[in-house]
Write a protein of this length. Structure first.
Length: 278
């Protein structure tokens, strides 16, 4: 009889412990946020900074996995227009963002296809960059300024690496050419082109050109020397707008965009030469 009572007591205790364990498990799992993969399309010049920021963001939102697509802003725009999955877009110039902005859909010049793809109220100017003249190690051509570069181009005495016309850094370069009265079509044999700013940077790093027109941030990340910076008069301000896509994961995308404006994230951007946009 004692054995039976002992067995019953042990069984009752085991069941009680099991019940306690079971009641705690759902509560713990219920507090875990649902895993999210956030797709961010960003200008190639943001590769290093956003990759670093993604690691920091894990401590803020451990449930969020950031998947980046880095390329020229023109190519990213085309992919978005063709239906590519994108939650957050950061371009290296307003032009590409304007083409998706519903508030500009009646402006045929800025938004030629009348697109309305941005979440209302989410668009903002995130960062500012500088367009610089970078040279390979040792600066074998002895280039010192944009003024000197203009003369060398006019005299056929230099090889320059630039971005394609559909790439923001290439579009800023075209403005610099216009400032100096240079006809790009007359100097094509002195130009090498890149599909995005990273390709232009590589050409300078490998000394495939005597110099290149790239962003200050890319020159810093590649360890290149810059000999001059373009003024706003030469090519305008280099503004990076950002916006949430309204058909994406808007809440998570907005949360990440908000984080990019924090002091912690801005410190990463500023460490390579970006500055907060005014």
């Amino acid at each position: 009889m004692k054995k039976v009572l002992s067995l019953l007591l042990a069984l009752t205790l085991a069941l009680s412990l099991a019940a306690c364990g079971t009641s705690n498990t759902p509560a713990a799992s219920g507090n875990d946020a649902e895993p999210i993969t956030l797709v961010v399309f960003a200008a190639a010049s943001m590769t290093e900074t956003l990759t670093e920021i993604a690691g920091n963001y894990k401590a803020v939102a451990p449930n969020v996995t950031l998947r980046f697509n880095f390329d020229s802003s023109g190519k990213l725009l085309t992919q978005i227009e063709e239906g590519a999955l994108c939650d957050l877009f950061i371009s290296a110039a307003p032009k590409q963002m304007n083409a998706l902005d519903g508030s500009l859909k009646d402006d045929a010049e800025k938004n030629p296809n009348g697109q309305d793809m941005l979440l209302e109220g989410s668009r903002l100017n995130l960062l500012e960059n500088k367009v610089t003249l970078a040279v390979p190690q040792g600066n074998p051509k002895g280039i010192e300024s944009f003024d000197q570069l203009a003369e060398l181009l006019k005299n056929g005495e230099v090889m320059l690496a630039i971005g394609n016309s559909d790439v923001p850094v290439g579009q800023y370069t075209q403005k610099i050419f216009a400032y100096y009265g240079i006809d790009e079509t007359s100097i094509t044999d002195q130009l090498t082109y890149g599909n995005n700013v990273k390709e232009v940077t590589t050409q300078v790093t490998e000394a495939a050109a005597d110099c290149g027109i790239i962003y200050a941030t890319d020159a810093f990340s590649a360890g290149l020397t810059t000999v001059d910076s373009a003024t706003a008069e030469m090519c305008g301000q280099v503004i990076y707008p950002a916006a949430v896509l309204k058909d994406g994961q808007t809440e998570a995308a907005q949360a990440f965009l908000d984080y990019l404006r924090t002091e912690e994230a801005m410190a990463v951007f500023q460490s390579v030469g970006f500055s907060p946009a005014n």
